[in-house]
Design a binder for this molecule. Sequence first.
Ligand SMILES: *[C@@H]1O[C@H](CO)[C@@H](O)[C@H](O)[C@H]1NC(C)=O
Length: 356
Amino acid sequence: MYSYLLLLCAITEVALCDPHGLFQRRSGVVPSLSGDPVVMGAGTYPRANFLSDGSILGAYAATVNDNKVLTLASSTDDGGSWSVKGSAATRPTNSSDLDNPYPLQLPSGRVLLAYRNHDKDASTGDYTFFRITISYSDDNGASWLFLADAATKPGGTIGIWEPFLRNAQDGSLQLYYSEENSADDQDSKMRTSTDGGTTWSDAQTISGTDITARDGMLGVATIQGSSLIAVFESEQGGLFTVKSITSTDDGQTWGNRQTVYTPTGTDNNAGAPQIVNVGGTLCVSFMTDEDTQEHNWINGAGAKLITSGDSGSSWGNKIEVFDPQANWPGLLTLDDSSFLYMVDFGGAKSQKIVLS
Ligand SMILES: *[C@@H]1O[C@H](CO)[C@@H](O)[C@H](O)[C@H]1NC(C)=O
């Protein structure tokens, strides 16, 4: 069988033959924009996942008068249009910090939203308590209730940030997030839940134990089977680059720290990455100030994309998807050759991208 596939590889689609496995890649590696950006809603930090009914549930952080509102938007046409579906949490901006929403449907049909949910002193602005909170919806994102605080940390100057949820192959739920140890050190953490997000394991550090750097904003994609890749930003000496780690056991253990992207020029930044697998091609979004060189991160950042046709060993085919100023990009696979690139570009927007 393998020799037959090798032969077929050799005589047909050489470019699609991945050295790490045969015929894993069903798409090309060259991205191009398809159509115009579509408004998701007035807000920032857009993230989305498919529901079992084929619709997409998106989330973003909106500011409405004196409140932050974690807003859900639905699309029934693969991101061609969006309509507001509901809101999961609302808190005053001066006494709280509500942001970083990440939606995911469980196999049971329940939908979860993980988000940062911090308390602040309304007079001083100081953080008085940090939480990664999970809310749940049993009606596809229309109405929401509190489920759990999956991680907490006492108030102060170091907190917890940027949750990412993933359904593991064994039916458990994984929560990835970032935790600061000090002003110049932050690690990527992971907790698991076997009861749909009500209770959580202790946190395991999956990147950053052996290095003084600010690892953050992690996203995870499946390469194939139990083989996963996570991307995250890492800041050292004030400059951000994009790194990756991999897992061969569906996220239970992680290692193999690699550099995914270093910005061009001098003293420039590349951060806030996310990753998806699109037909076997890995696609990584990130923001970078390498073109404007403002050296005042995150000011001057545009939103770019790179791809890998060899399971993350090498990266290329860079394009700019949104001009500066574009913040906090996220990704969603649509099918084997297309995906949505979501970003705050004067509000939450989605852009369809095709691979050829
Ligand atoms: C915080 O904002 C609310 C309005 O949302 C306002 O009523 C309150 O006075 C503010 N508190 C402080 C300390 O500024």
